[in-house]
Design a protein around this ligand. Structure first.
Ligand code: ZN
Length: 367
């Protein structure tokens, strides 16, 4: 099975999470004590997401499948909580990774499972946390779709407060436990930095927010920004609802709203009035994001629909045929084609109008 590929993360004494949200990024870290005697901390997993992704991706988390996996590996979960062999630990770790692929909101579940591997939790604890997630799901669905999908960016805190009073079934008060002011490194998902809990070894692949394996080639290697230290409020919690509360309160504070991506149809967060129409998730099996693929599709659609662009294609074919008939040399055609592309781009960027573009295309067409 796939679990045998993985190296188990080395956890020591305790496992906890740090979550920090700045003006456009959600930063998540899974931490443990390091082997060093100086009491330093070891980062097992670090991932950054665009603002809103914690709540947005949870909408598509498959809790049913997670439950099936836990049931399937029930004996391994039970063995790990007392001792367990390496294979049992790897199977539990396999489920942990599945959780992280679903949504960063699942990090408390990963902490719970790691604590089980440290013999601090039991299968019952994991199952009761699963129930918490299941109870949270309809509420967070409602909050994402009915509260955050709005044009009204004003008084979001007041609106939320009113909702908790009028609709207590879906809205909960935003409470979270330990918060401290601290520093966290922003690594911009730097693929050159490795953590033991990486979903894929970063030296050979790049894991995006969707959990798609992408081979790194010189062409698609993501641009790497130097780490930056962010000072902010850092949440440390083991409760899914407290993590959700923390995220929601940060979204409200930043007047974030949810939009539906015109490409993948999934929700994503925006903070400006005229935010993008596409999300930044990577498309399955591709190095392109929805934003890149979406603008390409728009362009192609425009090409299909616009009479001037149909005229451009027709003119291109006419000119190309002249080479065959000996009315134009290859060099002459190449020069024409380059001019034609320039004119087309000027038309697309609205520097020249349709009439001017068509006139130019037809200027030397005889007959
Ligand atoms: Zn999308």
């Amino acid at each position: 099975m796939a679990a045998s590929m993985f190296q188990l993360p080395e956890t020591k004494n305790r496992v906890w999470i740090n979550v920090c949200v700045d003006h456009k990024t959600e930063i998540y870290e899974l931490l443990t004590e390091s082997e060093e005697p100086d009491g330093s901390v070891k980062c097992l997993w670090h991932q950054e997401y665009p603002l809103g992704m914690g709540l947005a991706d949870f909408q598509y988390a498959n809790l049913i499948h997670l439950e099936e996996m836990i049931t399937e590996f029930r004996a391994d979960f039970e063995a790990c909580s007392v001792d367990g062999d390496e294979l049992a630990h790897k199977r539990v770790f396999f489920v942990c990774r599945y959780c992280l692929f679903q949504s960063p909101l699942m990090v408390p579940m990963v902490v719970c499972m790691e604590q089980l591997r440290l013999h601090q939790k039991t299968l019952e604890d994991v199952l009761s946390m699963l129930e918490e997630y299941k109870a949270l799901f309809p509420k967070l669905h409602h909050i994402a779709h009915d509260f955050f999908m709005t044009d009204k960016a004003n008084n979001m805190a007041e609106r939320y407060w009113n909702c908790t009073a009028s609709d207590p079934e879906h809205f909960f008060s935003l409470e979270y436990a330990t918060i401290r002011c601290g520093r966290i490194q922003k690594l911009y998902n730097n693929p050159d930095i490795r953590f033991s809990y990486d979903l894929f070894p970063r030296t050979v692949s790049y894991k995006d927010v969707q959990g798609v394996l992408i081979e790194i080639t010189p062409e698609n290697k993501p641009e790497v920004k130097a780490p930056e230290i962010v000072f902010g409020e850092i949440l440390n919690t083991e409760s899914p609802q407290m993590l959700a509360s923390f995220l929601i309160s940060r979204y409200i504070e930043k007047s974030m709203r949810m939009k539906r991506c015109k490409f993948c149809q999934k929700l994503f967060g925006v903070t400006t009035e005229r935010g993008p129409s596409y999300c930044s998730r990577r498309l399955g099996g591709s190095s392109k994001t929805c934003r890149e693929a979406g603008s390409l599709r728009l362009y192609e659609q425009k090409m299909m629909e616009d009479p001037a662009l149909r005229e451009y294609k027709k003119s291109y074919k006419t000119h190309n045929a002249r080479i065959r008939r000996g009315q134009m040399t290859r060099e002459e055609f190449d020069a024409w084609a380059e001019d034609a592309r320039t004119k087309r781009d000027q038309f697309l960027s609205e520097q020249i109008d349709r009439e001017e573009f068509i006139t130019w295309l037809n200027q030397d067409i005889r007959n």
